[in-house]
Ligand binder design. Sequence first.
Ligand code: GRF
Length: 217
Amino acid sequence: MRQDGDVEAEGETFRLVVLASGTGSNLQAILDRLHGRDGIEVVGVGSDRPGAKALDRAREAGVATGIFPRDDFANREDRDLAMADWIESLDADLVVLAGFMALLTPPFIARFRNRIINVHPSLLPLFPGLDAIGQALEAGAPETGVTVHFVDEGTDTGPVIAQQAIPIRSGVERAELEAEIHAIEHQLFPEAIGMVARGEVRIAEDYPGRVIIERGG
Ligand code: GRF
């Protein structure tokens, strides 16, 4: 991972591989806001689902795709090994999970230690795992939000890079809340990725659960 300064000024490219299982609206935000700008390139989009709309978005943008359906491999470890080899063949600096619904195995996470980030639709550590928006509504929480975090072996437990809260208005429809959360994701996730690309984000050495942000001058 790059350590210091402006990516473009150093004449290097910061290379993203995005993994997505579904619609890929976050992938689209990354393509629209980051791809081909300030030295950042999306060099590959991988999916476990051959029909994922995210793959169409990648093809539309002229980005290489890789498809890794679980059924094509003997087990999850083998799938992840193939996917990790593909990601390395693209010389990726950062693996971006944008609605990637398959659980990653520990060897995959170890191979890209502190180089995998995820967006999650809650204020972690609240409501980790599946259907975070439904969990927040069910709990009657007064607010929820979006978290961007590094991925470790736990479920949505890695060090937090950025968070943004929104209130849950009384009687709000689920679809409305979802739309509000997605709108935040589409801003916050590219912003956080840009910070990582510029070397502004590091994990505290003596407190590995914490992230330190050092914005450029
Ligand atoms: C997002 O809500 C994200 O927080 C979660 O999966 C969803 C992906 O949506 N991890 P999209 O495929 O990017 O539209």
